[in-house]
Design a protein around this ligand. Structure first.
Ligand SMILES: N[C@@H](CCC(=O)N[C@@H](CS)C(=O)NCC(=O)O)C(=O)O
Length: 202
């Protein structure tokens, strides 16, 4: 059975849960509180020297880090990772986009607003995070016009990777009301098999 070391209110960790639930894979969830530095203990660093969740135990003493790599590992051989060289490369394209152009702004704005104290000096970063986060949302909105899902008209790990922090973007101060196509896509993701809500921070 898989064992996930994760924080339930983290979008990166919630991605892993969405794949496991969608594919009905058996797993045990070990809750890790990153705010209490539980990712920085000697025991945790043995599993993931980068000190981050999610970390997946795939078999005794074998661990996998980085949410999108975990998504690929779990989805291999399933409908969430369809056949074909180009569709697979397109899925990876959106997952790299998520990690470089989306998550660093939309997830980090949520972290600053919803997890740090109201007087945190990191609030000064919010205008820049919002500017870059809205750029990512604009790219998604344009791509989704006339499409149901990100790649090949089927739900895939590209959708799961992008859903995780787009759905709770309001926690980071983003207003999604003008994004008609994104809102329709969020609703489509929420009716996929095994969909579960991510708990609110705190
Ligand atoms: N690129 C990584 C990012 C993982 C990450 O930043 N995880 C955060 C929680 S969302 C974490 O573990 N923070 C704890 C820390 O930095 O000590 C992924 O996609 O898994």
């Amino acid at each position: 059975m898989y064992r996930v070391f994760g924080m339930s209110s983290s979008g990166n960790c919630h991605k892993v849960r969405l794949v496991l639930e969608n594919l009905r894979l058996a797993y045990e969830w070990v809750e890790i509180d990153t705010l209490k530095d539980e990712t920085r203990t000697a025991t945790f660093l043995e599993m993931n020297p980068n000190g981050r969740v999610p970390t997946l135990q795939v078999e005794p003493h074998v661990y996998l880090a980085e949410s999108d790599a975990i998504l690929y590992y779990l989805a291999e051989g399933s409908r969430l990772w369809p056949a074909g060289r180009l569709p697979r490369a397109q899925i990876l394209q959106w997952m790299f986009f998520e990690q470089y152009s989306h998550e660093p702004y939309i997830a980090v704005a949520r972290y600053v607003r919803a997890f740090l104290p109201p007087d945190s000096p990191r609030r000064a970063d919010l205008p820049r995070l919002h500017e870059r986060g809205y750029q990512a949302l604009d790219v998604m909105e344009k791509h989704l016009a006339g499409r149901d899902f990100f790649v090949g008209e089927a739900y895939s790990i590209a959708d799961i990777a992008l859903f995780a922090y787009t759905n709770p973007a309001a926690d980071g101060g983003f207003d999604l009301t003008r994004y008609k196509c994104i809102n329709a896509w969020l609703a489509r993701v929420k009716v996929q098999p095994g969909y579960v809500e991510m708990p609110a921070p705190g």
